[in-house]
Design a protein around this ligand. Sequence first.
Ligand code: ATP
Ligand code: MG
Length: 195
Amino acid sequence: MLVGIMGGTFDPIHSGHLIAAERARVEADLAEVWLMPANVPPHKPNAPKATTEQRWEMVCLAAEGNPFFRPVDIEITKGGVSYSIDTIELLCKEYPGTEFAYIVGADMVQYLPQWHRIDDIVRHIRFIGLARPGYELDLTHMPINIRNRVTIVPMPLVEISSTAIRNERQRNGSVRYLVPDSVNSYMEVNRLYES
Ligand code: ATP
Ligand code: MG
């Protein structure tokens, strides 16, 4: 069984994440996609704006209705900085019969060589890379052990980011349809990212 893991800060989760997860599922024939919010993301200069619980609740809302999507809280439960290698070692131990593939947008694909212990990571799992506006999906300059483990799947360019959603909400704009309705309502009720 091959399971896709979509990790992220998800501050908030948006339609770009969901489209990428669904594209990866179909193109790579994944049994499931696990949506896995990071507790403390290792690569971000600023702390998330929403609380960990709010980010988790929005991921749960977004996963509803797709029987192949499963919210997974292992990084949150573990706490601390969420290094992928720790999560991967844990997953491989707990699910010995399952193979895992990390689903990553082009910005993360570019950044792969800098991931903490990437040489160990690529021994355990593969990556599914998807296009994202503003980032090259060019693997030619990547070390061969990493490049060999990345499969690119087609993805319509979706110009949505959590940063843009937070900014739009801060200036009282609408992010309707950029996020699932359930997530939009959650942000409104909880006045998330408002100024
Ligand atoms: P932020 O602006 O806060 O960095 P983000 O939109 O980049 O948020 P993340 O939680 O940082 O979202 O990203 C999680 C994963 O989703 C990453 O692998 C990222 O590349 C991917 N991703 C996010 N948005 C898109 C998109 N529009 N198209 C393709 N991949 C995306
Ligand atoms: Mg990002």
